[in-house]
Design a protein around this ligand. Structure first.
Ligand code: ZN
Length: 344
């Protein structure tokens, strides 16, 4: 059984208006799946306000991902991955990663014809083309090297998220070992199923859908929700109804995923957010009835700023605790309004 428990912590802080001290409350929540803690605090503005992106998103000089250079600036795939050397869907190009993040890692440029795509430019069709191209690559790579069974698709967008190139792109990882979060997700799913004879995600989606406060909506077989104990700012999850491997995803599921992703990006844009990370992780490759699921997670990062301060503090990096200054339930309500508008 999933127990979502929170603890109210009472603090005393200096009262700068009236002098002396005043009582302040904060909530502590724990995420059962990943194990981290989250502090929901009040009265702080942890993220700086966004300024217009300005000239940083203008192309100045060489960009390896723009249409005029990508063919010469990137290497073709070997013949066993693509007979033409290229994997292209619409304006999305997948190219081999020049940095070995994983046993096999590819980069997908959402749109080679535009050096920068804002959050609202990342439409359902643009995202679908990129996901479709990356899953095509994952399938080809796993056919050649079946031991690379653990796959994920991940993105940094703009420098505050860790991205080194402005031209928006997505990356994949194919490895014989899972990502840390993927390992935890798979192991926890198995132990939960053994203990309760019901899959963790099946129970989570049903629980959140019934309680409703953090449930956002469905796009096809994907349930969208805000996690009880977010690991970062404005986090949103999509949980697949069935098992789900990236290389085996049906076209329709990819389209439904792209639909939800574009709605979250629209909500980010409307909320004045600029930068994000996302991660789409495959379920367990070797055991298909263990309750693990294809899981998509996305969170916002600090906006671009000349005096940039990262929103990652020691709480996140060393304490494994996220410090959050918004209500997950209010954020779910905001997302719901965007999903409602986008799905009609
Ligand atoms: Zn470019």
């Amino acid at each position: 059984m999933i127990l979502l428990q929170e603890t109210e912590l009472e603090a005393e802080v200096p009262d700068l208006d009236k002098g002396g001290y005043r009582r302040a409350k904060l909530l502590y929540r724990a995420d059962p799946l990943f194990g981290h803690g989250t502090r929901l605090i009040e009265g702080a503005k942890l993220q700086p306000a966004a300024e217009p992106l300005g000239e940083v998103v203008e192309r100045s000089g060489f960009c390896p991902f723009c249409a005029d250079t990508i063919d010469s600036a990137t290497a073709p795939f070997p013949e066993e991955i693509s007979r033409t050397g290229r994997i292209i869907v619409g304006n999305s190009w997948v190219v081999p990663n020049i940095i070995a993040y994983s046993a096999v890692s590819a980069v997908c440029v959402y749109d080679v014809s535009r050096h920068f795509l804002s959050l609202v430019d990342l439409t359902r069709d643009v995202i679908y083309d990129a996901l479709s191209a990356l899953t095509r690559h994952a399938k080809a790579a796993q056919a050649v090297r079946p031991e690379l069974a653990y796959s994920s698709i991940n993105a940094n967008y703009l420098p505050p998220s860790g991205s080194s190139l402005i031209h928006p792109h997505v990356q994949s990882s194919l490895d014989p070992v899972p990502l840390g979060a993927q390992r935890r997700m798979i192991e926890y799913s198995r132990s939960h199923l053994e203990a309760y004879s019901r899959g963790y995600f099946e129970e989570l989606v049903s629980l959140e859908e019934v309680s409703g406060a953090r449930f956002v909506g469905w796009t096809g077989p994907l349930a969208w929700l805000v996690p009880f104990a977010p690991s970062g700012f404005y986090e949103a999850w999509a949980v697949a109804s069935d098992h789900g491997l990236i290389s085996e995803l049906a076209d329709d599921t990819l389209y439904q995923l792209a639909t939800g992703m574009s709605l979250v990006m629209g909500a980010y844009a409307a909320s004045g957010l600029q930068s994000f990370n996302f991660s789409l992780m495959s379920a367990s490759p070797e055991w298909r009835d263990d309750g693990s699921r294809l899981l998509f997670r996305m969170l916002a990062r600090a906006p671009l700023s000349p005096y940039y301060r990262s929103d990652v503090t020691y709480f996140e990096r060393l304490g494994q605790e996220a410090m959050i200054d918004y209500s997950p339930e209010e954020w779910a309500a905001t997302l719901r309004s965007h999903f409602g508008a986008g799905l009609t």
